[in-house]
Design a protein around this ligand. Structure first.
Ligand SMILES: Cc1ncc(COP(=O)(O)O)c(C=O)c1O
Length: 388
């Protein structure tokens, strides 16, 4: 059975050229990038070359504004904790949204226990944060605003540039979690008016366990890890050279074909959404129809449990998701859909398909071919369907 992978928001397959680029750094070029002999210098050069590629994809003014981390979660922790602890004399207030990834939400919760005050902004039915809400809650004690660039569940793209301008006008640091958008849609830190931006290698066909935090020059932030002088003393620890090289290569590849690929995926997504809404009754699209990530399709198929559809789809070789991967073992309805006003039963019936570079129209056709039958079969067993 051919497997159809439609869960690119959870992780992406390693690009073959990325794997090739990484391989020598596991074997011949194994040096520690902090050593002075040639092995070390080879590794150092590779790390700095990768930093340049990542900086270029982010539109950073200098590669020195890119700090390699152990992934998106670490970057979010670094950004929020680092700004909070460095700026506590100025204030104790952080603004974020109710639909952030848990890497942001749980960092904020931790800081709340340590005395910081956090405002969790609501979102509208499409998942948008209203920039006017930021103006309403910002105070002279606000030290950080953290709003994600693209939501990982419903794909909604937030008005980051507008929010960034408000942050700048008020002298407040602005962080965006761009883990889902980086390498998928064009993005430049100056245009977005951000001071800090998180990204992760494994979401753009790079390796897992490596990410980056963009930190605008001059930003007051405390280091994330203490130890050696690596990453300009802000993130200690021997560099993950193969991972960093792979991340850099993935950024270079993404930069090469991003406009074409995002428009191809956007068309495929629209075709998918149109087909699914036509073929399955009692279904709703979650998130904004157009202002969303090119590969994201999130629907609620009413009167059917998301998990049961996932298992049936898996039986047909189709990998999808019923929520974000990190929370899919929890029975709580998705915090994102709940914040968007989706009732719990409808949230429980959600399915997320996220398309990627190896998907074609034929894959979409296969899903559109099997899903109506799966839904029909499950609804026949669903008391909710008969009671409706
Ligand atoms: C929006 C968002 N932020 C952060 C993360 C965490 O990234 P990582 O898996 O690299 O720790 C994810 C992963 O799904 C994500 O989607």
């Amino acid at each position: 059975m051919k497997r159809i992978y439609l869960d690119h928001a959870a992780t992406t397959p390693l690009h073959p050229e990325v794997a090739q680029a990484m391989l020598p750094y596991f074997s011949d070029r194994f040096g520690n990038a902090s050593t002075l002999y040639s092995y070390g210098q080879e590794a150092r050069e590779a790390v700095e070359e990768a930093r340049g590629k990542v900086a270029s994809l982010a539109g950073a003014r200098s590669p020195q504004e890119i700090f390699f981390t152990g992934g998106g979660t670490e970057s979010d922790n670094f950004a929020i904790g680092g700004i909070a602890w460095a700026n506590q004399k100025k204030g104790d207030h952080i603004i974020t949204s109710a639909i952030e990834h848990h890497a942001v939400l749980n960092t904020c919760k931790f800081l709340q226990k340590r005395g910081f005050k956090v405002t969790y902004l609501p979102v509208d039915h499409d998942g948008f944060v209203d920039p006017d809400d930021i103006i309403k809650v910002i105070t002279n004690k606000t030290i950080l605003i953290s709003i994600m660039h693209a939501n990982n569940e419903v794909g909604t793209l937030e008005p980051i540039a507008e929010i960034g301008k408000i942050a700048r006008d008020n002298g407040v640091y602005f962080h965006t979690d761009a883990v889902q958008s980086f390498g998928h849609i064009p993005l430049r830190v100056d245009e977005l008016n951000v001071d800090l931006l998180s990204a992760s290698g494994h979401k753009l066909y790079g390796p897992k366990g490596v990410g980056m935090l963009y930190i605008r020059k001059g930003t007051k932030i405390v280091p994330f890890l203490y130890g050696g002088d690596q990453e300009n003393k802000r993130r200690a620890g021997t560099e993950n050279v193969p991972g960093i090289v792979g991340f850099g290569k993935a950024c270079e590849i993404a930069a090469g074909g991003m406009t074409e690929e995002s428009s191809r995926l956007g068309n495929l997504r629209d075709q998918f959404i149109k087909g699914i809404l036509e073929k399955v009754e009692f279904i709703q699209l979650n998130g904004h129809p157009a202002t969303r990530l090119p590969g994201n399709v999130n629907v609620s198929v009413k009167y059917v449990e998301g998990e049961s559809m996932l298992l049936k789809l898996d039986g047909k070789g189709i990998c999808a998701s019923s929520g974000s991967a990190c929370t899919s073992s929890i029975l709580e309805p998705s915090h994102v859909l709940s914040a968007m006003g989706v009732p719990p039963d409808v949230a429980h019936s959600s399915l997320r398909f996220t398309l990627g570079r190896e998907n074609t129209e034929a894959d979409v056709d296969v899903v559109l071919g099997v899903l109506p039958e799966i839904v029909k079969g499950l609804r026949l067993m669903s008391p909710l369907y008969h009671e409706k």
